[in-house]
Design a protein around this ligand. Structure first.
Ligand code: NIG
Ligand code: FE
Length: 426
C-alpha cells in the first residue's frame, strides 16, 4: 500500500465534454441509451488508478495540490475507454489472399467450404508457438489501445485441439499480463469442426465437453464459453450440449447466433439464458422478443457485415425499441472483420443501423462492460471505477462517429497510466 503522500494523483481539466456515462448501475435500455451524462467544461481526478472525483473543470482545479499531475485536455472530449465485447485477437498469419479472392467474387461460405476460412487460420495458428502468438497479439493490442479501446473480450477458437486451444488461452493470459490492454478470455473451441473430425463430428463435440472444457475450467483460463451456431457449423442441438456443459463448469455463456442465416441461434440463446447473443443479422421479430424476455444482451458486429460485402445489418432500431441492452463490438478477426477500430463501428452503426452516436457510445462502453460482468468496474467515468480514460482529439462526441477512417485518441490512460500519446513531449 502506498501511503497517502506517495499515492499518485492525476487531474484532467478543460474537457469540452466529459462524457461520463454515469447513471443507473445496470445496462442502459431504450431512451437511456441516449443519455451520456455529459459534463460541459468538465474534469476529473484519478488517484492510484481509480477515478476519485468528476465535476466541472472549476471544481476539479480547486482540488489540485502540489503533488497533483495536471493534464490539460485543451477543450477536447473525454470518454471512458471503449470496451470491445467481441474479438478474436490471437491468431497467426492473415487471410489477405482470401480477401483478394472475395474482392474477385468468391463468397465467405464458398471459401470456407473448400477448406479455407476459419480452417485456414487454424492451420497457421497450430503451426505457431506460444511466443509467436503473443508477439502477433502485441501488435494488435497496440492497435486497440491507440484506437481508444482499453478492454477486449478475447476468444480462442483457432486451435481446435486441446493443446492448441490451451496455447491460445495462455497467449491471451500473457497478453493481459504484459500489455496495458485488459483481456476477458472466452473459450471458443466450438468455432468450427476441424478437418480431421469432419466425418466424426460427434467425437469433436465429445472432445470439447469431456476434455477441453474441464481443463480450461481447471486452469481458470476462460470466464466465458461461446459457440458458432450456424448452418454447416454447429447445430442448435450441438450448441445446446456444449453450452450446457460449459455452464456446469461455471463459465458464462455467449453465442454466435443467426449471422449468415436464421438458424435458431437467438431462440437458443434465450432458452439457455446466455449473457449475450452475438451478430443477429438474420434474427426476426420472434427472436428479438425471445431475447427480451430472457434478458440476453445483443452484441452487434457491423464490421463483419461491411467486410463481407453484405448489406444485411442487424435490426438495431427494433432491438433498442424492444428495450434490449444493445452492445456494439468490432468482431476483430482475420476473416470476416479485420478491424480493431470501435470508432469505425460507431460510424457503421450510424450510417447503416440508424443508431445515434450517443446510443453507439453507450453500446460500446457501459453496456459492453456489463456484458462482460465488468459493469461495476469499467465502462463509465464515475468515482470508484478503474481510470480507463481517453482524451479524443475533437470537441464534440458526435465527431467520433462522423469523421471516419481516422484515429481519434490524443491520449489514452489505462488504470490511470498513460499508454498512448499521440504527440509525446519528447
Ligand atoms: O465472428 N462467425 C464466426 N467467427 C468469426 C469469423 C472468424 C473467421 O472468419 O476467422 C465471426 O465473424
Ligand atoms: Fe466472432
Amino acid at each position: 500500500m502506498l501511503s497517502e503522500k506517495e499515492s499518485k494523483t492525476v487531474a484532467v481539466v478543460n474537457c469540452s465534454q466529459l462524457v461520463t456515462l454515469g447513471g443507473a448501475a445496470r445496462p442502459r435500455v431504450g431512451p437511456e441509451m441516449r443519455e451520456l451524462g455529459i459534463i460541459a467544461d468538465g474534469g476529473l481526478i484519478v488517484r492510484d488508478g481509480r477515478i476519485e472525483q468528476v465535476g466541472s473543470s472549476t471544481q476539479i482545479k480547486a482540488g489540485i495540490n502540489a503533488d497533483t499531475e495536471v493534464v490539460d485536455a485543451g477543450g477536447r472530449v473525454v470518454l471512458p475507454g471503449f470496451v470491445d465485447a467481441h474479438t478474436h485477437p490471437v491468431f497467426a498469419g492473415t487471410r489477405a489472399g482470401e480477401f483478394e479472392e472475395r474482392s474477385a467474387g468468391a463468397t465467405y461460405q464458398e471459401i470456407s467450404a473448400r477448406g479455407g476460412g476459419i480452417q485456414s487460420t487454424v492451420n497457421q495458428t497450430r503451426a505457431a508457438s506460444l511466443d509467436e502468438l503473443v508477439s502477433a497479439g502485441r501488435r494488435y493490442a497496440a492497435w486497440f489501445l491507440r484506437g481508444g479501446t482499453t478492454t477486449v473480450e478475447a476468444k480462442s477458437g483457432y486451435g481446435l485441439s486441446l493443446e492448441d486451444e490451451l496455447k491460445i488461452l495462455r497467449a491471451i493470459k500473457k497478453l493481459d499480463e504484459e500489455t496495458p490492454l485488459r483481456y476477458v478470455p472466452t473459450f471458443l473451441g466450438a468455432h468450427t469442426v476441424p478437418k480431421e473430425y469432419a466425418a466424426r463430428r460427434d467425437q469433436y463435440i465429445a472432445l470439447i465437453v469431456d476434455e477441453m472444457l474441464p481443463q480450461v475450467a481447471r486452469e481458470k483460463l476462460a470466464e466465458f464459453a461461446d459457440v458458432f451456431c450456424e448452418q454447416n457449423v454447429f447445430t442448435t442441438d450441438e450448441s445446446w450440449k456444449i453450452l450446457s456443459a460449459a455452464r456446469c463448469h461455471g463459465l458464462g455463456l455467449r453465442l454466435h447466433a443467426d449471422q449468415l442465416s436464421l438458424s435458431g441461434g437467438a431462440k437458443l440463446a434465450a432458452e439457455l439464458g446466455t449473457v449475450t447473443a452475438d451478430h443477429l443479422e438474420h434474427t426476426d421479430a420472434d427472436g428479438i422478443a425471445a431475447l427480451k424476455s430472457a434478458g440476453v444482451q445483443p452484441v452487434l458486429l457491423p464490421g463483419s457485415v461491411y467486410a463481407l460485402g453484405s448489406s444485411r445489418y442487424p435490426a438495431a432500431r427494433e432491438m433498442i425499441d424492444a428495450g434490449l441492452a444493445v452492445v456494439l463490438a468490432t468482431d476483430f478477426n482475420p476473416g470476416s472483420s479485420p478491424t480493431p477500430s470501435l470508432t469505425t463501428i460507431l460510424s457503421l452503426a450510424s450510417t447503416h443501423m440508424k443508431m445515434t452516436p450517443a446510443e453507439s457510445i453507450t453500446a460500446s462502453t457501459i453496456n459492453a462492460a456489463y456484458s462482460l460482468n465488468r459493469g461495476a468496474e469499467l465502462g463509465s467515468l464515475e468515482p470508484g471505477k478503474i481510470a480507463d480514460i481517453v482524451i479524443h482529439d475533437c470537441d464534440d462526441y458526435r465527431e467520433l462517429a462522423y469523421f471516419f477512417g481516422i484515429e481519434h485518441p490524443w491520449k489514452v490512460y489505462a488504470a490511470g497510466e498513460l499508454v498512448f500519446d499521440r504527440f509525446p513531449s519528447k
